[in-house]
Design a protein around this ligand. Structure first.
Ligand SMILES: [Mg+2]
Length: 367
C-alpha cells in the first residue's frame, strides 16, 4: 500500500460572525485540505488550519509548503508507516507543523480505511464514546458576553472559555459578568492569546481569580516562559500554555521552567495526531495534564481531533474543537458537530467523515 498522489486544496468558507481574539480577527476559513489517494483507489482527507496573526503564516504559505515540499516527499510512501512519514516530512522541510498536520490526518484516514477500523483503534483505542466540548465567548461587551455564555449553556455546553488579553480592566469586568450570569458551578477558563504584558497580567488575574477560574491560558507572549512561570508562582489558578508549545521539546521546557500546570494540545498546531500523542506522553510523564484546543476546524480537522482525544490518556476536561458550527457551511455530507455539548466518537472506518467533493470544489480558491 502506498500514497499514489495528494493535492492541496485551499478553501474559503465564511464565518457566521467575525472571530476576534487579542491579536487579530478572522472572517473565514484559512484552511487547506489534502485529498490523498492510495494505489488501491482509496481517498483520504486531511486538513491544515492557520490564523496568521497567531501562528505566523497564512493560507497561501500552508498551500505552498504542502504543494512544493511535503506532497512530493510523501508520494510513494506507505501511509501506515507514520513514523517514516513524519521523518521524511522533517527532512523535506523543518518546522511547518501546521502543514504537516494535513498529511498526518490524510495518512491516518487511508491507513484506517485499509484496516477497516476507525482511526482511534490505530492510536490506542477509545477511552470515551463522546468528547465534551466547551462554549466559547469572544471579546465582546460584558453584556453580550453574559448573554453569549447563557446561550452556550442552553446549547448544552458545561464549560465556558472566554477570550481575553485586550484590556485587563475590561477583561476582568467581562469575566465577572459571565460568572454572575452562569453561577458558581460552571467552569470558566480564560485565554489571553499573548495579549498582556507581565504587569497587566498580574493585575488582571488578581481581580479575576476571585470569580474562580479553571485555568488561565497563555496571557503572555509565547517566548516569555519566565514571565509565565512567575505568574504561575504568584497566582493560585493553574497556568496553561498554548502559543509557547508546539512540540514535545517545548512541552518539556514549559513544564520544567514552571510555566505550565496544564498544556493545550491542538492537533492542527502540533503537526497531527502522531506528534500530539508524543506531547501528551511527555506531559503525562511529568504529571501535567493536557487539554484539546482547536483552530476552528471544519469537519475533517474536528474528526481527527476527536479521534486523538478519544485514544490518548492524560487529555482532560472539555475540548475546544467545535469549529464547524461557526461557519456558514461545511465540506462534509453530514457536518461533524456537537450534540448536547459533546461530539460522538466515530466508529466507521477511517476518519468517519464523508467529504462532499462538490462542496470542496465550490469553496476552493486558487493560488
Ligand atoms: Mg489558546
Amino acid at each position: 500500500m502506498n500514497i499514489a498522489d495528494a493535492e492541496a486544496i485551499p478553501i474559503r468558507i465564511a464565518l457566521k460572525q467575525p472571530f476576534r481574539i487579542a491579536v487579530g480577527t478572522i472572517t473565514h476559513t484559512n484552511h487547506v485540505l489534502v485529498r490523498m489517494t492510495d494505489d488501491e483507489g482509496r481517498v483520504g482527507w486531511g486538513e491544515a488550519d492557520t490564523f496568521h496573526a497567531v501562528y505566523g503564516y497564512d493560507q497561501r504559505a500552508l498551500y505552498q509548503v504542502l504543494t512544493d515540499h511535503l506532497i512530493p516527499a510523501v508520494r510513494g510512501l506507505d501511509p501506515r508507516e507514520i513514523v517514516t512519514l513524519h521523518e521524511t516530512m522533517d527532512r523535506a522541510i523543518p518546522k511547518n507543523l501546521m502543514a504537516k498536520t494535513a498529511i498526518d490526518i490524510a495518512a491516518y484516514d487511508l491507513a484506517a480505511q485499509a484496516a477497516g477500523q476507525p482511526i482511534h483503534v490505530l492510536c490506542g483505542g477509545k477511552r470515551v464514546d463522546r468528547v465534551p466540548q466547551m462554549g466559547v465567548v469572544g471579546i465582546v461587551s460584558k453584556e453580550e458576553a453574559a448573554e453569549d455564555a447563557l446561550l452556550q449553556l442552553e446549547a448544552g455546553y458545561r464549560t465556558i472559555k472566554m477570550k481575553i488579553g485586550h484590556d485587563a480592566v475590561e477583561d476582568a469586568a467581562r469575566v465577572k459578568a459571565v460568572r454572575e450570569a452562569v453561577g458558581e458551578g460552571v467552569p470558566i477558563r480564560v485565554d489571553g492569546n499573548c495579549g498582556y504584558n507581565r504587569a497587566d497580567a498580574l493585575r488582571a488575574f488578581r481581580l479575576m481569580e476571585e470569580v474562580g477560574l479553571e485555568w488561565i491560558e497563555q496571557p503572555l507572549p509565547g517566548w516569555d516562559l519566565e514571565g509565565m512561570a512567575e505568574l504561575a508562582a504568584r497566582l493560585d489558578t493553574p497556568m496553561a500554555v498554548d502559543e509557547s508549545m508546539y512540540t514535545p521539546e517545548d512541552a518539556l521546557r514549559c513544564i520544567t521552567s514552571g510555566a505550565a500546570d496544564v498544556v493545550n494540545i491542538k492537533v492542527a498546531k502540533c503537526g497531527g495526531i502522531y506528534r500530539s500523542q508524543k506531547i501528551a506522553a511527555v506531559c503525562e510523564a511529568a504529571g501535567v495534564p493536557c487539554f484539546l484546543g482547536g483552530c476552528i476546524e471544519t469537519s475533517v480537522g474536528t474528526a481527527a481531533a476527536v479521534h486523538f482525544y478519544a485514544a490518548t490518556s492524560n487529555v482532560i476536561s472539555a475540548a475546544e474543537i467545535h469549529g464547524s458550527p461557526f461557519y456558514v457551511d461545511d465540506i462534509a455530507v453530514q457536518p461533524f458537530v456537537a450534540e448536547d455539548g459533546s461530539i460522538a466518537v466515530p466508529n466507521t472506518p477511517g476518519l468517519g467523515v464523508e467529504v462532499d467533493e462538490d462542496k470542496v470544489n465550490a469553496y476552493r480558491i486558487a493560488y
